[in-house]
Design a binder for this molecule. Structure first.
Ligand code: GRF
Length: 212
């Protein structure tokens, strides 16, 4: 309803609220692993007025994230290499689900140009190190933590960044650090990193989508 206040008309807050609901941002999470980050993100956005998690995209049958999606009744799209890299990159399904933001949470394939172009500045990734160090092709999962421990680093952390055509290269949105003690191993470092990811990723996603 429009209410007249002097010479100006304002929308009633009910209508504004409805409009906000209608423009709820639809997020797809791309993940191929255990899905602990996906789980945290799903929990965080449950009931949110800003955004909802509408789709999980996974390239590995049997990945833990599939069960997490099923438990939350979120549809899963299992993708295959050929169509992802040499076809339409599943753009049709993403558009059909009205996806307007993509979160990479442990997704190991490079994002093809078709998706980069259609989701410019609307794809973000989490990397388990302080980029630009320990990033790039082949730097994923335990390989990152192994390299950091082998180099004798005294700190590591997480980086959340926009995704562009190159590996681990887009603008950095957020970083958080943790100390590495002399007795830390790649496994204990991975635990510290997961903790930082779980504490920060969903909140940073919310900040990103609120700017769209
Ligand atoms: C995270 O450490 C993330 O930084 C990396 O892959 C891992 C995924 O873990 N890109 P999970 O599947 O969310 O537990």
């Amino acid at each position: 309803m429009l209410e007249k206040l002097g010479d100006i008309y304002i929308m009633s807050t009910d209508i504004l609220h409805e409009q906000k609901n209608r423009s709820l941002l639809q997020i797809a999470i791309f993940a191929s692993g255990a899905g602990s980050n996906a789980k945290k993100i799903i929990e965080y956005f449950r009931g949110s007025k800003e955004a909802s998690i509408n789709l999980i995209v996974c390239n590995r049958q049997g990945a833990g994230v599939i069960q997490i999606a099923a438990d939350s009744q979120i549809p899963v799209l299992i993708i295959e290499k050929e169509r992802f890299f040499n076809g339409d990159s599943y753009l049709q399904e993403l558009q059909h689900s009205s996806i307007n933001f993509i979160v990479l949470a442990g997704f190991l394939w490079k994002i093809p140009e078709t998706l980069i172009q259609n989701f410019r500045n609307k794809i973000i990734n989490i990397h388990p190190a302080l980029l630009p160090k320990y990033g790039g092709k082949g730097m994923y999962g335990s390989k990152v933590h192994d390299a950091i421990i082998a180099a004798g680093e005294t700190e590591s952390g997480i980086t959340i960044h926009y995704v562009d055509e190159h590996y681990d290269n887009g603008d950095i949105i957020f970083q958080a650090k943790c100390n590495i003690e002399p007795n830390d191993t790649a496994e204990t470092l991975a635990e510290k990193i997961h903790q930082l990811e779980h504490e920060n990723f969903a909140r940073v996603i919310e900040e990103c989508v609120s700017k769209i």
